[in-house]
Design a protein around this ligand. Sequence first.
Ligand code: SAH
Length: 558
Amino acid sequence: MARLNEGKPQAIVVLGPGALETAKRIQARYPDAAIHGLASRVKADVTYAELSMHLRELYASNTPIIALCAAGIVIRCLAPLLVDKTVEPPVLAVAEDGSAVVPLLGGLGGVNVMAREIAAALQVAPAITTSGELRFGTCLLNPPAGYVLADIEHGKRFVSDLLAGGTTRIEGDAPWLNQVELPRSDDADHAIRISPYKSDDSRELMVHSRSVVVCVNELSPDDPIVERIRHVLLEAKISPMSVAAMLAPATLMTSAQLTEAAHTLDVPLRFGTLPEGFETQTPHDRDIAIAIAPGIVDVQMLGQARGMLTVIGLGPGSVDLMVSAAKHALSSADDILGYETYVRMAGPFKPHQTLHCTDNREEMKRARHAFELASTGRRVVVVSSGDPGVFAMAAAVLEALDESQSNEAWSSVDLNIVPGVSAAMATAARSGAPLGHDFCMLSLSDNLKPWTIIETRLRLAAQADLVMAFYNPVSRARPWQLDRALELVREYRGGTTTVVLGRNIGRPGETLTTTTLEHLRSDQVDMRTMVIIGSSTTRSFPRGDGNGVWAYTPRWYE
Ligand code: SAH
C-alpha cells in the first residue's frame, strides 16, 4: 500500500489558462508531473473533456491530484468515490493564483508532505489541518523516497503506542528522523528498524530501505524468473519492498521475459555490471545474485535502462487530433527530435526535456541521432506531422536501422511507431467522406523519386478511377509539377469531378475549399495544402447550415 504512490507522477489539473502560471511553478517542483487542462480552454500536456469525470479517473487510478480550483469543486467531484478505501492518492486543492495550498485527502499517502513541498515552491504557508499529535505519524508513516513502510496497519498501532507514552530506539540509518522529537531511549521496548531484511517482532516498526539489487545473470526460455527471484529473496529473508532494481547484462536487453518480470515485481530494470560498494550474496540459485548497498540505491548509477525510441505522428495540428499514445510518449520523453516547426507543435515541454530541432531535409541524420541517443538508455521521441508512416520519419528511422543491422546497441533499442491522423484523413473528415471508396495517396514531390514515376502512377491511378490524395503538391523549388499533374488527370477525369482542398487543417487559419477539376487553379494550392481529387462517383451537396457543401464518395459502384 505504502508503495503504490511512490513514483506515480502527479496530475496538475487546471480549468483555464489563468491557472497555467501556478501550474508551471508546481511542475518545476515535480518535473515528472503532467499538466491536465480542459480541452476547450487551455493547451496542456494532457487534455480532458469534463472535470469531474477526469478527476474520478485519476483518483481511481491512484494518481496524486493537484487541482488548481476551489476545494469544494474537488470534494464534490470525488465524493462518490470516497466510500471505497482501496485507493486514496494524495489530493490537494491549490488556489489558481498560488496563494493557498489545501491538502484534502490521502493523509497516509503523503498529502501533507506534498502540501509542504508545493507551498514551499509557491512561497506560501500550507493549510495543514491534521492535528499536531500526528507529528510523528506523518514522519514515521510516510518515509521519504527510497524507504518503504512495511505495514501501514502496524505503523498506526506503533504510532498510538508512542502517543500513549511508549519509547523507541532507532536501529539503522534514518536521516529524516533526525529532526523529529521522538520519545527516544536506548533501552526502549519499541524500535524503528531501517533495514532491507524482514522482521517478525511486533514491537519493531519496519522501514525497508531500497538498498537491494537483484542481479539476473542468465535466463532460459520459459524461465519462471519471477518465482525464482521471490524464492531467493525469501531464503535471504529480504523483503521484496527493499528491491531497488533488477540488473542484467546488456546481452539480455531485448528479453521480453525480463521486462515482464521487472514489471511484475514493479522495479526498474537496468543493464550493465554492478558498481563497487555492494555486498553480494550468492544464493543456491546460481543465475541470480543479491547485492546489498550500505544505503539506498541510486538507480541512475546502475548501468543503463533499455533505451526507447518512439516515432510519433502529431496529427494535422490541433492537440485533440493527436492520439493519446503519442501524448504519452511525449510526456515521458527525455529527448524530442524533429523538424523545428513540428517540435514546436509538440510542446509545451518540461524543463528536463531536451529538444533537437533540425532542418526538414536532414531526415537520415536525425534518424541516426535518435538511435545514438536511445542506445544510451534515453527515452527518445521523433516527431512527424500527421502520421509518421506517411511521407515522414518512420520510414527514415527504419532505413537507418536496416543500414546498421550489425549495431547491437541500436537493435536493442525498444522501437515503437505510434500512428497519427494523416492530412488526407483530417481533410477528408472536414469535407465529409471523399475517401469513402478506394483511394490512393501520392506525394507529388520529385525530391526523392524521378518525375517519370510520378507521371506513371498518376496515369494509372486516374485510369483506375481511384480518389487521389496529393501530399507535397507544390513548393518554391517545384513550381510546375502540380500543373503537369492536373493536366494528366484531366485527360481521364471530367471537368465536374469534385476536388477538395484542405489548407492548414487543424491549425490556425485553417481553410477548406470544395471545387471542381475545371475550376481548380494551381495558385489555390501551396505546400500546406492537401489536394483530394475525387473519382467519377465523388459528389457533393449543400450543407443544412448553408455553410458550403458536403463531399463524399459512395461506398458502392455503378
Ligand atoms: N506525415 C504527414 C505528411 C507529410 S508530407 C501526414 O501524414 O499528414 C507534407 C504534406 O502533407 C504537405 O505538403 C501537405 O500536402 C500535407 N499536410 C500536412 N499537414 C497538413 C495540414 N495540417 N493541412 C493540410 N495539409 C497538410
